[in-house]
Design a protein around this ligand. Sequence first.
Ligand SMILES: [Ca+2]
Ligand SMILES: [Ca+2]
Length: 268
Amino acid sequence: MLATTRIRQWKPVALATAAVLAGLTASTLTATPAAATTTAYDTTYYKNAVGKTGTSLKSSLHTIISSQSKISYSAVWNALKVTDQDPNNSGNVILLYSGVSRSKSLNGGDVGDWNREHVWAKSHGDFGEATGPGTDLHHLRPADVQVNSTRGNLDFDNGGSTVSGGGGSLVDSDSFEPRDADKGDVARMILYMAVRYEGDDGWADLEPNEKVNNGSNPYIGKLSVLKQWNDEDPPSAFEEKRNQVIYDTYQHNRNPFIDHPEWVEAIW
Ligand SMILES: [Ca+2]
Ligand SMILES: [Ca+2]
């Protein structure tokens, strides 16, 4: 980030303006490195990971978060009604990407409904909807049916044209950019999946990379953009609460990057 900022400082004004118009907002230029959200679990849940970095940290976290309960894909509907409940309206859920608050009863597959979005696209590694990565609540979110369809199995990157009803999200032929308030959430969900699934339990080893057009390979890009989004959009109270609900009620494992977003940089 610092190097990028320095380069921009000597760019001609016209170019700097163009960069702003292209979506590089002030927050992009001033985002500070992520810091711990909570240390409440450092001496218990995370005690074998604290103090480590790199592959050692990733390996410790993998062991810790792989101890979990699992739910069926049909049970995901009701779970999302709890994990993603609108804090201001208990009859609604908040939809990823659009930020829309919609009735819990509108779950389904028709226009105007919400459905179960796999943030780690289920075709990347081909895990489908089977109990496991296909039903892991840490990357499943309610999303508008049409916005979910637009996202499809695209990789994540900056840029594109406005997604209809997408709350400011952008899309082009090979990537999707969530609205600003969901950028960090997406990054932390993707990187949770990369640590949770290491190829040792019958599922593909999921990993971030620097590409788009990853297709059915078990990769999602772009890592450098996800790292930037993790800094720009720190964990919110909503995101922390859903992590806690998943831990307390459903899976009994945590997304370490919501508790310790600085561990993204420590590993990648
Ligand atoms: Ca957020
Ligand atoms: Ca992995």
